[in-house]
Design a protein around this ligand. Structure first.
Ligand SMILES: NC(=O)C1=CN([C@@H]2O[C@H](COP(=O)(O)OP(=O)(O)OC[C@H]3O[C@@H](n4cnc5c(N)ncnc54)[C@H](O)[C@@H]3O)[C@@H](O)[C@H]2O)[C@H](O)CC1
Ligand SMILES: [K+]
Length: 517
């Protein structure tokens, strides 16, 4: 499912209307009908329910007037407040205003201070409030009078249905510069917008429904639309049933390279996660003195000792052995628990030069890259990077604040510039491709902010690549199932008590559910 900017939506609307002849008033009527369907689904019987609809001057207001009429037809007791004079309304909104007048709808003005008392009085009686003040045309701050209206809506404490987007939320950024309607439910049209996904807009949006208002589907799937929401159907095509005639070699061999004194768990968890993700074979190559610890963790994980430094980190003397290992596996995950030390950059450079299989670079592998990012150019294979915001900041020599302020575009431009798949972790992880396409993940929860969660993700992505998913879709599928495992784990154990191995333990259930569909 695409995520659209307001301009992209307007262009698509315009094509539907002008190129394919679907009148805007039909789209508006559909928007109203679909919203009322959702209201019925959510709130049950609307007959005799007291509903207040607040309509703005633009087409969002028009949607609200259609909703009011449709609710009246369903037997609800509807009062409409219109925040502009008739002559200020957009054409389609004005048509619906005049229809409401002709059918003797209960309409009041709401654009002068003296109108506010009647509004507050009606809101106090409302059982449902419909917010159709502003839609995706809104930018900046609400004016003082409108903010007063919004505060009355927000203080009522009944279900608030936002039409298209909560009024006061910017469609392209999710920013709220003054205040915004805090919706329990939002019904948007054709596709989600960034304002529904990025904070704080996501918080004001409540439960989001994407309604079809008969915009031709092919307009919503144009390749020029580069932003996507990760949903189960995004990855379903990559999820075939296993053939009976198969053996462990069929499902690939993951090499996990990393570990250092005090950080053996990272390699163990990444290796274990790769196994639980379905890889046929997993080998953990670790500094030799740490091998017994890793070997003792899970018997299914094979282990190889590597020459080590005085501090039990991988030494450059291990490079010939690493080259041999790279020739025998399907994918290599590197960096988990590797630690930051002088030789790390040389080791990363060697792996990038020698690897003939995809690489998933995490944690201290990324930190080693940050010392000289140009070594990314020395490779012949696809690379997936899985930085958290701090590691991304190091890669870009920016602050974490700068990274977090523009996650999607920072991830997108890095992936394009460096021809990598970039997984920028965090709340709503962004997966960016060398093509400039991005995928935003909505699964997961704050319980996953725990030591080892990233190692598990690295292992899952590697395990998916080992089984034949292309690295880009392995990253998309990986973040999705990683978050789903976290959601199942937090349902069972809450968020505070959740630890990384819970993600690995719940992973099979996520995969089972997907196989079952
Ligand atoms: N997506 C679809 O297929 C359809 C969407 N519809 C609805 O149309 C609105 C968009 O309508 P539009 O007239 O472009 O804008 P709004 O109603 O969102 O806003 C009205 C108007 O307000 C002005 N404005 C913007 N920012 C501010 C501000 N800070 N202060 C004051 N005024 C502001 C600006 O000029 C806007 O034009 C969409 O959301 C849907 O609800 C169609 O009805 C059906 C098809
Ligand atoms: K709205």
């Amino acid at each position: 499912m695409k995520i659209l900017r307001a301009e992209e939506m307007r262009l698509i609307d315009g094509m539907a209307i002008n190129e394919y002849g679907i009148p805007g008033i039909v789209l508006m009527e559909n928007a109203g009908i679909r919203t009322v369907e959702v209201i019925n689904e959510i709130l049950g019987e609307i007959r005799n329910k007291k509903v207040v609809v607040v309509a703005g001057r633009g087409n969002n207001g028009g949607d609200g007037l259609v909703i009011a009429r449709q609710l009246m037809n369903g037997g609800a007791r509807v009062t409409v407040f219109v925040m502009g004079k008739k002559e200020e309304l957009t054409p389609d909104t004005r048509i619906n205003y005049e229809i409401m007048q002709k059918i003797k709808g209960d309409i009041y003005p709401l654009y002068e201070p003296e109108h506010m008392e009647k509004f507050a009085e009606e809101v106090q009686k409302a059982e449902i409030i419909v917010d159709s003040i502003y839609g995706i045309g809104f930018k900046g701050s609400l004016q003082e009078f409108e903010a007063g209206v919004v505060n009355i809506i927000n203080s009522r404490g009944v279900p608030v249905i936002a039409v298209d987007i909560p009024s006061g939320v910017e469609a392209d950024t999710g920013k709220v510069h003054s205040t915004a309607v805090r919706a329990s439910h939002t019904v948007t049209f054709a596709a989600p917008k960034w304002g529904h996904i990025l904070e704080p807009g996501a918080d004001f949006t409540g439960n989001l429904t994407v309604a079809d208002i008969s915009i031709p589907r092919f307009l919503l799937e144009q390749s020029s639309l580069k932003s996507n929401l990760i949903r189960e159907e995004t990855i379903k095509p990559y999820w075939g049933k296993r053939k009976r005639e198969s053996h462990k070699g069929t499902y690939g061999h993951v090499l996990v390279l990393g570990g250092s004194l005090g950080m053996t768990g990272a390699v163990s968890m990444a290796a274990y996660a790769a196994l639980r993700a379905g890889a046929g074979l997993v080998t953990a190559a670790v500094p030799e003195s740490l091998l017994p610890i890793v070997a003792g963790f899970r018997p299914e994980i094979m282990t190889v000792p590597l020459a080590e430094t005085g501090k039990a980190a991988i030494a450059v003397e291990a490079l010939p052995a690493i080259e041999n290992l790279l020739g025998a596996v399907s994918v290599c995950a590197v960096g988990c628990g590797m630690s930051r030390y002088l030789e790390a950059k040389a080791i990363m450079n060697f792996i990038l030069e020698k690897a003939g299989v995809p690489l998933v670079i995490d944690a201290d592998g990324i930190n080693a890259l940050a010392e000289d990012i140009s070594i990314l150019k020395n490779r012949q294979v696809p690379v997936v990077l899985t930085p958290h915001p701090g590691e991304m900041a190091r890669l870009l020599q920016k602050s974490i604040k700068e990274v977090q302020a523009d996650r999607v575009e920072i991830a997108r431009s890095f992936a394009v510039d460096w021809n990598v798949t970039l997984v920028l972790k965090g709340n709503k992880t962004v997966v960016a491709m060398p093509s400039g396409d991005v995928y935003v993940n909505l699964t997961g929860n704050p319980g996953m902010a725990t030591a080892g969660s990233g190692d598990v993700l690295c292992g899952i992505i590697s395990g998916f690549i080992a089984q034949g998913l292309n690295p880009q879709m392995a990253a998309v599928a990986g973040v999705y199932v990683h978050g789903r495992a976290g959601d199942l784990a937090s349902m069972a154990k809450g968020e505070r008590g959740l630890i990384a191995l819970d993600l690995v333990e719940w992973l099979p259930e996520v995969l089972r559910q997907m196989e079952a569909c």
